[in-house]
Write a protein that binds this ligand. Structure first.
Ligand SMILES: [Fe+2]
Ligand SMILES: [Fe+2]
Length: 393
């Protein structure tokens, strides 16, 4: 059996950014690795202020990679106490993966420092170093390279584009109230929820809701919810609606989606929700109505506008308010949405006019359902008619 090839990317990931992901993807391809483990460092004995807690750095990294094939997060360094040396981490990894070749990704500056690591000769027997070069100069001409090879180190070089993003710059920019470009949007949303790096917490109290939501949703659904929250917030700012409300609605809109249909139906019955048979029997439709009840009951949401937006996010309703439309659309257009024929047009329209975007989105749903020889829910047509009347006024 061919040996597995595993890449290891250590770092504080404070916070993880798109450049880290690009580097990992580049290495995955160039070195033909089977997978790469992102391994955030634990909390050092003397943690400085700018370093977010290890659990937060781990969670941000996890959120950034979990929809990327071949990329994984490891808790190995998190779960050990005290000062952690790479030699110990590699020894443990070797034990866990006896039939794998390990490739440790490092920057060129780290290469110069390798001989100062703890037990370098042992380290050299455990892995190959994959050096990501920042400069354009030939790294093999570096005198350190010869020294390392003579000591038995195995090194390969990766031709990656120059590294022009740094976590430090991202933190500075976050603290200045900006939204850095190279931060994955789900990570940005997590930073807001937890109020990390001097970013004001939004929605207030969301850090208390997050662990519960994380448990209730599948990984994919969790990332989707963070992306809907971020998209809804942006739309709210665009249309002068309350961004925090939109964000909260986005975060919780699918809180019932991963429950089995029978559980959703039981909640609908217990809450005496007045719903027609079609909604009650459809997983796709029911979770909005039940989600509003769950958001109120289990997540303590009291804002009726937020609850109303969650309630109608699956079917829409006659008399939707801007916040309802914002959530409805954010759900349809968030950046991880798999492409569907109307997607780009709905995205474009959402930037221009909520009503046009709603109408286009609903019409495309009607079209799609009819093409599948199914009958659309009557609400969809009713909402389209209502939007037409609104526009003709
Ligand atoms: Fe949904
Ligand atoms: Fe959704």
């Amino acid at each position: 059996m061919a040996r597995e090839r595993i890449g290891i990317m250590g770092g504080s990931f404070n916070p993880v950014h798109e450049r880290h992901i690009e580097m990992a993807r580049g290495a995955l391809e160039e070195l033909k690795l089977d997978r790469i483990l992102f391994m955030p460092t634990g909390n050092p004995p003397h943690k400085h202020d700018e370093l977010a807690d290890a659990e937060h750095r781990y969670e941000m990294t996890r959120l950034a990679v979990l929809d990327k094939p071949g990329l994984f997060t490891s808790r190995l360094e998190l779960e050990r106490e005290g000062v952690i040396y790479t030699v110990d981490t590699l020894t443990l990894l070797r034990k866990q993966h006896p039939n794998a070749d390990l490739f440790f990704l490092i920057g060129e500056d780290t290469m110069a420092d390798l001989l100062n690591w703890r037990k370098p000769d042992k380290v050299f027997t455990l892995c190959t170093f994959a050096v990501c070069c920042r400069s354009t100069s030939e790294p093999r001409t570096n005198p350190v390279y010869r020294q390392l090879v003579l000591r038995g180190a195995h090194l390969v070089f990766l031709t990656l584009p120059p590294d022009n993003v740094s976590s430090t710059e991202i933190r500075v920019s976050l603290a200045a109230g900006k939204e850095p470009e190279h931060l994955p949007p789900q990570v940005m949303e997590y930073i807001r929820i937890m109020g990390l790096y001097h970013v004001p917490q939004s929605p207030v109290g969301a850090d208390q809701l997050y662990p519960k939501l994380r448990q209730a949703l599948s990984e994919k659904r969790l990332v989707h919810s963070l992306l809907v929250a971020d998209t809804a917030r942006k739309l709210a700012l665009r249309y002068h609606e309350d961004p925090e409300r939109a964000e909260l609605a986005g975060l919780l809109h699918d809180c019932a989606k991963c429950m089995p249909l029978t559980v959703q139906q039981a909640i609908a019955q217990k809450q005496r929700l007045l719903l027609d048979k079609e909604i009650v029997q459809s997983e796709n439709l029911l979770h909005g109505y039940v989600g509003a009840a769950v958001a109120e009951e289990s997540y303590g949401v009291t804002d009726p506008n937020v609850l109303a937006a969650i309630r109608c996010h699956t079917t829409g309703k006659v008399g939707m308010l801007p916040l309802d439309m914002i959530l409805f659309l954010a759900d349809k257009i968030e950046p991880s949405r798999r492409s569907y024929p109307a997607l780009e047009e709905v995205r474009r329209l959402a930037e221009e006019n909520l009503i046009d975007a709603m109408r286009y989105s609903l019409l495309s749903t009607l079209d799609y359902v009819r093409k599948q020889n199914r009958t659309p829910h009557p609400t969809t047509q009713r909402v389209v008619d209502w939007l037409n009347r609104l526009q003709n006024k």
